[in-house]
Design a protein around this ligand. Structure first.
Ligand SMILES: O=P(O)(O)O[C@@H]1C[C@H](O)[C@@H](CO)O1
Ligand SMILES: O=c1cc[nH]c(=O)[nH]1
Length: 322
């Protein structure tokens, strides 16, 4: 029998994500809780480690590309959330048995690196969701804290993603599965995004720059995928690049990065609340190269961290996040 070459998961008409209540259940009948499950890329497992005692209290997972940035975020959380770390002991990278990703736990928050691009984030996301399931966690919220190229906005601005689109401006990720193209819709939690937006406008920690709520284009590459002229190869002209970027901008896209689509689709598949907050490092309508001094970039990269840390702090103190 001939099967359709393209399949779409999830209901076509519902654009609101369905959030799981209670303990995080896996949407995979092949993972049986009694059997060994090796989380290879983070060097953990449900038989080799007591995942419930290590992770049962996790309520937030914060992801970003770079291992150092996610370590700095973990250190920032220690003071922001006033978590006790035994004196003389730094924070421990729990995934140190593998050198693929770093994973820190600060109170109920995981700070974890996902590397660059969709394939790298995808692997990490699968293993973190399984970790939370084996640990018996419930009501966990996911954040991606990233960097991006902006479109028509001041560099250093924050963009909270309304909807993640692919490089063809489609709101789903295509995964080649068993020889077919399967489309998983990208759906982030609109209420969480609105709470973050309100917080960005009112929280003293988050002043001094603009914050936008817009669509984000997620590409498979930093150079040609994002219409740059400065890669090793380029088969188009400056006017083609500008026509494309203007078209993307006029579709409501304020920034371009490389992971939001997978993050948004997998949050929806896992039934967890998710938000993407990225700082823009340049205005892509004005150039391709990132020439801002390192210290300034470092300060900009802390902006998504400050906003998300403020949200978590307010949530944990029982205050409405806004
Ligand atoms: O989370 P980060 O800031 O690493 O994400 C963006 C998208 C790519 O992974 C990378 C390109 O420089 O930065
Ligand atoms: O232009 C940029 C900057 C950061 N990350 C991207 O993916 N693109």
């Amino acid at each position: 029998m001939k099967r359709k070459a393209t399949q779409r998961t999830g209901k076509k008409d519902a654009d609101h994500p369905v959030i799981q209540k209670g303990k995080l259940q896996l949407n995979n009948p092949h993972i049986q809780s009694g059997e060994e499950d090796v989380l290879y890329h983070i060097a953990l497992g449900n038989k080799s480690h007591d995942l419930p005692s290590l992770f049962h209290d996790v309520k937030f997972v914060c992801m970003g590309g770079s291992p150092n940035r996610m370590k700095q975020f973990a250190e920032y959380l220690v003071s922001a959330l006033q978590v006790n770390v035994p004196s003389g002991m730094g924070l421990t990278n729990i995934a140190c048995g593998s050198d693929r990703y770093v994973l820190y736990k600060v109170g109920p928050v995981l700070s974890v690196s996902h590397g660059m691009g969709v394939p790298s984030l995808s692997i990490l996301f699968h293993e973190i969701v399984k970790l939370l399931h084996h640990a018996g966690c419930s009501d966990v919220t996911f954040f991606r804290l990233g960097t991006s190229g902006g479109l028509g906005i001041e560099p250093g601005s924050l963009v909270i993603t309304e909807q993640a689109l692919d490089g063809l401006l489609r709101p789903y990720i295509e995964v080649a599965t068993l020889g077919k193209t399967v489309q998983h819709p990208s759906r982030l939690d609109p209420d969480l995004a609105q709470d973050l937006l309100k917080l960005a406008q009112t929280d003293p920690e988050c002043q001094g720059h603009s914050t936008y709520f817009s669509k984000t284009m997620c590409t498979l590459d930093f150079y040609e995928g994002q219409a740059r002229l400065d890669g090793a190869f380029c088969d188009y002209q400056a006017e083609d690049k500008m026509a494309f970027l203007r078209k993307v901008h006029s579709s409501g896209v304020a920034n371009i990065e490389m992971e939001s689509l997978c993050f948004a689709s997998y949050c929806h598949r896992a039934g967890v609340r998710g938000a993407v907050v990225c700082v823009t490092l340049l205005d892509r309508l004005k150039g391709d190269q990132i020439t801002t001094p390192h210290e300034v970039l470092e300060e900009w990269q802390r902006r998504p961290q400050k906003l998300v840390a403020s949200y978590i702090k307010r949530y944990l103190s029982g205050k409405n996040a806004t």
